[in-house]
Design a protein around this ligand. Sequence first.
Ligand code: 39S
Ligand code: ZN
Length: 755
Amino acid sequence: MTRTTYLGFPRIGQRRELKRALETYWRNGYATSLLDTARELRQRHWQQAKTAGIDTVAVNDFSLYDHVLDTALLFDAVPERYRSLLRSDPLAGYFAMARGNRELHALEMTKWFDTNYHYLVPELHARQRFQLTHNKPLAEWMEAQALNLDARPVLLGPISFLRLSKTVDGSDALTLLDALLPAYVALLEELAQAGVPWVQLDEPCLVQDLDAATQHAYVTAYTALAIGPSPRRLLTTYFGSLGDNLSLVAGLPIDGLHVDLVRAPEQLDAVLSALPEHVVLSAGVIDGRNIWRSDPAQVRPLLAKIPARRHSDRFWLAPSCSLLHVPIDATHESALPSDLRNGLAFAQQKLEELRLYADALGGDINATHALDKQAMYCAERQRAPGVKRPDVRARMHALSSQATLRRSSLAHRLRVQANALALPPLPTTTIGSFPQTESLRRARADHRAGRIDDDAYEMVLREEIERVIRFQESIDLDVLVHGEPERNDMVEYFGEQLDGFAFTRHGWVQSYGSRCVKPPIIWGDVARPKPMTVRWSRYAQSLTHKPVKGMLTGPVTVLQWSFVRDDLSREEVCLQLALALRDEVHDLEAAGIRVIQIDEPALREGLPMRRTEHAAYLDWAVRCFRITAGGTSDTTQIHTHMCYSEFNDIIEAVAALDADVISIESSRSRMELLQAFEAFSYPGSIGPGVYDIHSPRVPSHEEMVNLLERALAVLDPGQLWVNPDCGLKTRGWAETEPALVAMVGAAKAVRRTLA
Ligand SMILES: Nc1nc2c(c(=O)[nH]1)N[C@@H](CNc1ccc(C(=O)N[C@@H](CCC(=O)N[C@@H](CCC(=O)N[C@@H](CCC(=O)O)C(=O)O)C(=O)O)C(=O)O)cc1)CN2
Ligand SMILES: [Zn+2]
């Protein structure tokens, strides 16, 4: 019988129990109930997988905050600044690494490949030592063992671990491999001694372009891991194709290989011929990145290719990647129309699907019938009203190349805007959101539940907008925002107002730590029935003479942070979004809004895993942004905002957006981003964030002056804006007020040195 397994399960819990437990612990410091919740969640999730018919569950896929951070701790790769706290209070030390505290700044955080999950970047240096510390993978395996479960510890593989880390001294992290391997060997040895039969080594970097040194490092590493006592090793790759790394992988001394056959079904033939007979093939046939039920018409032909002789003990079925990126259980979505709901598969349903495919392979007639029904459903979905709208399709096809253009050159526009807006040098602004207070969230929940009516909710929002405007005036910010109090989330909010979208009640997905998102579902053609943000911006602008920035989420980011239909290309869905948002931009302009920010924090995240595909993606992503902003008057200043990524390698595409001003994350990395601007003379204005809004720490005046001075060493004074890294929605007012006061003070101090 074909075995079923999975690479990882969501950790946050159906009702976000982990989020609540973390936030309670951060408030009261009481560890026991946090650890109890964590254990309950792990055990519940294993049982759920078992109930779904999974043969082998994953362990150590759980983390209190992030699995890359856990890996750094597992091997003692801890920067000096955290050590004493880690010794005196391990949990407090752990969270100081994750999110900083009053004294210590956190590790950098960045996107996990092309997902909306953020991992903490281990900080290494050239003389880094590694040693095995507390064996969490083993502890969690024993926990599953006690429940009589067949379990496999999940580890981040050594090469991906090093490639995802950064060094503080600029040395090459790969040179640390020799130092790191003994710690991995020690870990495998302990697992083997405890009787662990299989271990999973995640090496997602194997679907990227690798230089010769990295390829060689894979051989060194996996040869070393094969020498001592070790469980059998399942090497997992996902998010793309092995491509030219296949022969390398096929030659490694491993016992199993997992490949992603959803993103890269075409690799199956090559994998089957390259993989030695004795190596188990784990076929990732169910999409771990999306929420649609699989189409048997696509999965069955893949399974048919696997030779019968593999069917028994050397062939497993699994989702394409960890299920971390999807919500837990679709059966709770009773508010969705039933035809849509029947088409959804969250983590639990995906595991059930695997069982069906495995049973059908084994000749089970009921499973075969269930899959036949599912194939019919998939075909029917295409004909549902709203899936293909003639009006939307006609507009897409009629689009002229002029639609991407502003009226004049960037240089000209910046001059015209300087006159029109009359801003001081080093203008100050924020990124859009102000604290989403408990009372705002409560008002929204009350409104949704019908406990308060539309007027009462509207009143709460208007009062909040006024308070935010008055605050910004009082501290003398230059370009104000309305604060986004009306938004549950910057993507979900727009999804709720656009045709072609559905949204879930409980479809939470972890973004980082305790922070979750409910990605909306794009199931049909996208159109904007009416203006979405205009009344809020107009109201905010009516309260002040200073310019108020209109605030939109850009098409690429809406696409990237939604679950997208799989019957239309991402490029076409993005274009539909761009057209809908373009109308919003023009309506804001007509309402007298002179500065409009179109956020694209996910532009970089959408970059394909392989370099050969970058240009094509950037081409359509940039075009969609430009269509959104296109046609606006020269005096309308278009801003964009990006965060959480390495922008250095896409700086030319960022310039090609043709935005007048960009604000960009950089404070966690101490303005490393500015290197990109040294090499490339960026034509527009730039606000490199001067403080990290993800940490409760209030930045000092001196610190921000210092960052601005660093920025001025690279940028022209006429180019530089002053702003935080990102929106303030996750912060409280207690930190926001002093931080922004200090930021405006720092801008003014540096301004004086320019005069
Ligand atoms: N989609 C998205 N991706 C992003 C970002 C982002 O802002 N959005 N920012 C970057 C960092 N990621 C982030 C992700 C989430 C949050 C965040 O603050 N999330 C909130 C939830 C936001 C939300 O949907 N809030 C809802 C409230 C949902 C809720 O908790 N409701 C209550 C009450 C519900 C009821 O009674 O009906 C509950 O469930 O208990 C609202 O404001 O309306 C959280 O986890 O706490 C921040 C940053 C990158 N990726
Ligand atoms: Zn941001």
